[in-house]
Design a protein around this ligand. Structure first.
Ligand code: MSP
Length: 640
């Protein structure tokens, strides 16, 4: 049985709204957690928010609210974003949680009792405007960057953590565990820091200048330095010291962070653990920075990427795929919508989407949507080695996922997808279908293609869980647990002949860059129109509108009209209705649905199609949602 697995993200400061960078780290941790859960019984995934310190106090002041009100608000933005991003975290910790505070106090006391915390005078550059110390490096031309005044040198008594005592221990530990910090460039960076003498760490702030923090258990005039408090979230969330989760997961802990917080995680944190007598975490996985259109993301440039906006425009799975495929973990990367659109159209719409709809359509055309029985010798005869190619892809994928080389893992899957597309071209099922003698060959070819798709759907699951689930459903594998277990997923021949497939769908419609502006504009005008309540009407006015229940018989796209679908509905009689819902619904998914229609609306021609009636739907930022009924009623029933 594989060991348990524990993964964490940094806990994010609540002084800014969540953006692309936070989403990336959290999606990485989610992908890893999902991947590891495919071969393990137990995994645990933690994220959360870092809520103490002067940064937060200043941000709250700017917003004219108390730190407590402010942290509740921004922490809520993070915790409500993650479900939208399909993040599978088991827990969400806040450093203002009383259970976390208790752990910080107990560990501080422990280290203090062991003699590794001492009291001393500290001299530094202080800005009275900001009420904080600055390092020389933070100053701009020797002045405070906010107040443009030179800071004053002041002396302050504080508590210090004896980090220097553990410097040699840490160097030895890193050398003895070469993949403790990975990729290697970051291990080297930490070792380079450690070549210089390591100072002791000031771990307190006097309450006279900062109250928003955890009071030191051994001196109530001081609060804890925010990093000393924050790092301990990784154990407090597990219920340290007695929690079962702590015993199960702490020994297998892995952290994911970006290079900006390498020093606290690579130096302070292992030393804190050592001094407190706790086991050291297993791996620190460090990634690079996302820049946007070649510059650093920043509010003042106005290039901050909002994850929800990307989801709404391009779809969640496409966004997740792009982030995993385009960044080599460890290196910086550039985010641009052009690149995102390029990936969606090439890798998702073209390579994967086309393959999926082609194969499913053929299975329907040639075998009435039932998985055919393969005659494996034919596969050998044709010598196309699809099963072997799948095996190679699985092995490369798994090895790269294990070491956080997500871009390579996905490249291996896409190599297999390319091979599958070639397999279709070479075997030419449409030619086999014309020749009765080739029926067995046709059965095998279609079986192999469906089987290849089953394996692909499992391999993409960690990165694109919704797409994987949709593929699974269309392959007739609803509720099949094997899909989520690596050992069973990857055995060639797992698809059972005789099962019924669902109709083909388009997994990823092609997108265009200009969609973004258009969608933003239409979202703005829609919400502007939706907000005010219209003037009062009488019941007689309302009675003029003939609302009826209609059952959708068929649906199809209107050629050259990206937003429109043409529906054939039954509302007691058959009608054609054109509706602007193509961006939010696959035509197929509507068939059989009962919808609500304005039956007496004057007919109108839309893109050459005469529409006799209108569908009732709601539209908000996330797209259009068609109004349906709670339970089925007879088609044509009027609404009142
Ligand atoms: N609160 C501390 C972490 C404490 S952990 C015990 C903190 N918070 S933060 O809100 O500033 O988050 C920093 C992290 O956000 C980075 O390490 C990274 O995970 C993510 N990112 C923020 N901007 C980023 C990019 N531009 N690119 C990639 N990730 C970045 O530091």
């Amino acid at each position: 049985m594989a060991a348990p697995f524990y993964i964490t993200t940094p806990i994010y400061y609540v002084n800014a709204r969540p953006h692309l960078g936070h989403a990336y780290t959290t999606i990485v941790a989610d992908v890893v957690n999902r991947f590891q859960s495919m071969s393990r019984e137990q995994t645990y995934f933690l994220t959360g928010t870092d809520e103490h310190g002067d940064k937060i106090v200043r941000a709250a002041k700017k917003e004219n609210c108390t730190p407590r009100e402010y942290v509740d608000k921004i922490s809520g933005l993070f915790s409500s974003l993650w479900p939208e991003m399909n993040i599978s975290n088991n827990a969400f910790i806040r450093t203002t949680d009383p259970s976390h505070i208790a752990v910080v106090e107990s560990i501080l006391q422990r280290i203090y009792d062991a003699g590794d915390i001492y009291f001393a005078e500290y001299e530094g550059l202080y800005c009275f405007g900001c009420e904080r110390f600055y390092t020389e490096r933070e100053l701009v031309d020797g002045r405070c960057p906010d107040h443009q005044t030179p800071p004053e040198t002041i002396k302050e008594s504080n508590y210090f953590f004896k980090m220097s005592r553990y410097q040699q221990w840490l160097i030895d530990y890193i050398n003895a565990n070469p993949d403790f910090i990975r990729p290697e460039r970051y291990k080297n960076e930490v070792l380079a820091f450690l070549r210089e003498p390591l100072g002791d760490l000031c771990i307190s702030r006097p309450k006279s200048r900062l109250k928003w923090g955890i009071t030191l258990p051994f001196d109530h005039d001081y609060v804890t330095y925010v990093w000393f408090d924050a790092l301990l979230n990784y154990v407090s969330a597990l219920g340290y010291p007695d929690g079962e989760l702590y015993h199960t997961f702490w020994p297998v802990a892995q952290h994911v962070v970006a290079k900006d917080i390498l020093k606290p995680h690579g130096i302070y944190w292992p030393i804190m653990l050592k001094a407190a007598g706790l086991p050291i975490y297993q791996h620190l996985n460090v990634h690079g920075y996302w820049n946007v259109d070649q510059s650093k993301m920043s509010k003042s440039i106005g290039n901050v990427i909002e994850p929800l906006e990307m989801k709404n425009i391009y779809g969640l799975d496409a966004f997740r795929f792009f982030l995993m495929r385009d960044m080599a973990f460890g290196l910086d990367s550039n985010f641009s919508e052009e690149a995102l659109v390029g990936r969606i159209n090439a890798d998702l719409a073209n390579d994967l989407g086309n393959l999926f709809s082609r194969v499913l359509s053929m299975a329907h055309k040639y075998f009435k949507g039932v998985v055919p029985e393969p005659a494996l010798d034919v596969e050998k005869e044709m010598d196309l080695g699809l099963a072997q190619k799948a095996r190679n892809a699985i092995d490369a994928y798994a090895a790269n996922m294990d070491t956080f080389a997500f871009h390579k893992a996905l490249a291996a899957v896409w190599e297999f997808i390319t091979h599958m597309n070639k397999y279709v071209d070479i075997t030419a099922p449409w030619t086999l279908a014309k020749n009765k003698a080739a029926h067995k060959q046709l059965e095998t070819v279609i079986y192999n293609l469906l089987e290849g798709l089953r394996i692909i759907s499992g391999l993409i699951y960690p990165v694109m869980p919704d797409t994987a689930t949709s593929m699974q459903k269309h392959l007739g594998l609803d509720g099949d647990d094997a899909f989520y277990k690596m050992d069973r997923l990857t055995i060639w021949g797992g698809l059972t002949p005789g099962i019924k497939l669902k109709k083909s769908i388009s997994l990823f419609p092609r997108v265009e860059l200009k969609d973004r502006q258009q969608k933003n504009q239409s979202a703005e005008s829609e919400s502007a129109m939706a907000s005010p309540i219209k003037p009062e009407i009488t019941i007689d006015d309302f009675a003029k509108v003939d609302l009826r229940v209609a059952t959708v018989i068929s649906a199809q796209a209107v050629p050259r009209a990206k937003k429109l679908l043409q529906l054939e509905v039954d509302l007691g009689e058959k009608r054609t209705i054109v509706s602007g819902i193509a961006g939010s619904y696959d035509p197929e998914s509507l068939v059989g649905k009962q919808v609500i229609v304005v039956a007496n609306l004057k007919p109108a021609k839309l893109m050459g199609v005469l529409s006799k009636g209108m569908l009732i739907a709601a539209s908000d930022d996330s797209g259009v949602t068609v109004a349906t009924l709670d339970k089925p009623v007879k088609a044509g029933t009027p609404l009142s």
